[in-house]
Design a protein. Structure first.
Length: 254
């Protein structure tokens, strides 16, 4: 996914740290979750190992990923190394389906539920639902809505009070932040999925400032596509990084 590479390059320049590349780009299989997971598992395990190494070294990992399914590998590592951290999941979708209730069979739709232990991905679980917060999710399947209605997972809705609502839900706890770019209103940045009534970049900046009041354990950003016109400078990357700036580590000295 070219967008993730553009974002990784920009993050590397802003933080002053050389990026580590995990895996190689491959065409989408467009098959069921089981086949996609089997094909991706070697790379996902490599990703988990890289993240675990970063935590052992006392670093704050910043990841530009292609798809949300990468969280199947990253979040169990977060839960193991920082069980005190809240995983704040910015996404237009909840990704809380399981193999038993998915209507599409899409692996990305199972990305948050696996680490929460709602199904066994083979990559681990361990994330406590009390440490799971959705932000901006609005395209929800019935089973996902039931989890939210039951209070199993908290949801901060898009709206004028969302920064204050997020502050209340997080309650000053350490945070690991996952951002699917389709949490933003359709067309704000290039994404595969276009979902109306999303966050603005100003909303993202305001919520990032709230989260920066806590310890930032790590950040992962995914699902960013490349602009349709490859000759157009990727100004959307700079705009996205500006909104996320409160979450980024200080620039590493040269």
């Amino acid at each position: 996914m070219i967008g993730s590479r553009e974002l990784a390059s920009a993050l590397s320049a802003q933080i002053g740290v050389e990026a580590t590349v995990v895996g190689t780009p491959e065409p989408a299989l467009s098959v069921g979750w089981r086949e996609e997971l089997a094909a991706a598992t070697p790379t996902l395990k490599s990703m988990a190992a890289q993240l675990a190494e970063a935590f052992r070294a006392g670093l704050t990992p910043v990841t530009a990923s292609s798809r949300c399914a990468v969280a199947l590998a990253t979040l169990p590592v977060v839960a193991a190394h920082r069980p005190d951290a809240v995983v704040v999941w910015f996404d237009a979708h909840a990704d809380l389906n399981t193999p038993d209730n998915t209507t599409t069979g899409y692996l990305g739709g199972l990305a948050y539920s696996g680490p929460l232990g709602f199904w066994d991905s083979g990559l681990g679980g361990g994330l406590n639902p009390d440490n799971a917060v959705l932000v901006g999710a609005r395209d929800l399947d019935p089973a996902e809505q039931e989890l939210i209605d039951a209070g199993t997972v908290s949801l901060v809705k898009v709206g004028p009070s969302m920064a204050d609502d997020l502050r209340r839900v997080v309650g000053g706890r350490p945070v690991y932040v996952h951002i699917d770019c389709d949490v933003l209103d359709a067309g704000t940045v290039p994404t595969d999925y276009l979902v109306a009534d999303g966050m603005t970049l100003d909303d993202l900046r305001a919520t990032a400032e709230v989260l920066a009041e806590s310890e930032i354990v790590g950040l992962e950003v995914g699902e960013l596509e490349s602009a349709p016109d490859s000759h157009t400078p990727p100004t959307y990357v700079a705009a996205l990084l500006d909104a996320l700036d409160p979450l980024l580590p200080a620039r590493h000295p040269a």
